[in-house]
Design a protein around this ligand. Structure first.
Ligand code: PAF
Length: 279
């Protein structure tokens, strides 16, 4: 496995490769959810590139950029044993050299609500870094987890709207045995918070039950039940919403497959989860 940190070296190496490349963009602190993305990359292509970059432009001023875990040696070992052929691990200065102008890429129709509302500027940073990674690594495929569903939809729309020659591969969320969605931020949770965090997956289980088993047609009733479940687990709910799975627009009635989106806070830790229901 090659460990590349410079953009020119990465471009030069890419030029030597004619086979399809599958890119797995990450911020490191790799867990089984990321390994599942790399596994999917290996299924799609012989060349599997993992980018590890804690991207400053997608963190707000009061967020966890400086304390975000950066266990690079551990991450490199995990990438190698998962079958990655390249790790691209640039510095912030290489990605955002002094004097770089703040070019913005946005998909406003689906980036304004939910994470966009709770984390102003977050998706500008995500779109900007993904477009840069796509331009540097020129992947044939790029694997994104369904765990960050709004991010996934935004990247799918960006690639489609800008005619980027990349196939976005959706990878299902990997969960702990009790249902908690794997996230690099789970490591911030103490024991009590770890138990309370289950409120999110329980809220999604309840939504699935209400829609698929009870046939509940009213999005507002399902949203209220999800909010109650989240609050009963001592999470401060940020949102609990039933939406159109492509546009993330509200629905007057549940008469088609939907996405349920939830987010909540435990102290300073913010967690999110989602489920596609009724497919
Ligand atoms: O999902 C993530 O880890 C990040 O948002 C991504 C896609 C690697 C961009 O920094």
């Amino acid at each position: 496995m090659l460990h590349l940190t410079s953009i020119p070296d990465t471009r030069a190496h890419r030029q030597t490769i004619s086979a399809p490349v599958a890119l797995v963009p990450t911020m490191g602190a790799l867990h089984d959810g990321h390994l599942r993305l790399i596994e999917e990359g290996c299924r799609l292509a012989d060349e599997v590139w993992v980018s590890i970059f804690v991207n400053p432009t997608q963190f707000g001023p009061n967020e966890d950029f400086s304390r975000y875990p950066r266990p690079i040696e551990d991450d490199l070992a995990k990438c190698a044993s998962a079958g990655a052929t390249v790790v691209f691990n640039p510095t912030p200065e290489a990605m955002y050299p002094p004097g770089a102008l703040d070019t913005q890429v946005d998909v406003p129709a689906i980036s304004g609500a939910f994470e966009g509302e709770n984390r102003p500027g977050h998706f500008h940073g995500v779109c900007r870094v993904c477009l840069k990674l796509f331009n540097i690594c020129r992947p044939t495929f790029a694997c994104f987890g369904q765990k960050d569903y709004q991010q996934l939809r935004i990247i799918e729309a960006l690639v489609a709207d800008l005619n980027l020659p990349i196939a976005i591969q959706r990878v299902p969320t990997v969960r702990e045995p009790d249902g908690l969605a794997m996230s690099s931020r789970n490591r911030y949770l103490d024991d009590a918070q770890r138990r309370h965090a289950l409120g999110l997956s329980k809220a999604l289980d309840l939504a699935r039950h209400l829609i698929e088993t009870e046939g509940e047609p009213d999005p507002a009733a399902v949203e209220q039940a999800m909010r109650d479940t989240i609050a009963a687990h001592h999470l401060a709910p940020d949102y609990a919403a039933i939406r159109h799975p492509d546009t993330l627009a509200p629905l007057a009635m549940i008469d088609r497959p939907v996405v349920a989106l939830v987010a909540g806070r435990l102290g300073s830790v913010r967690l999110l989860d989602n489920a596609l229901i009724g497919g």
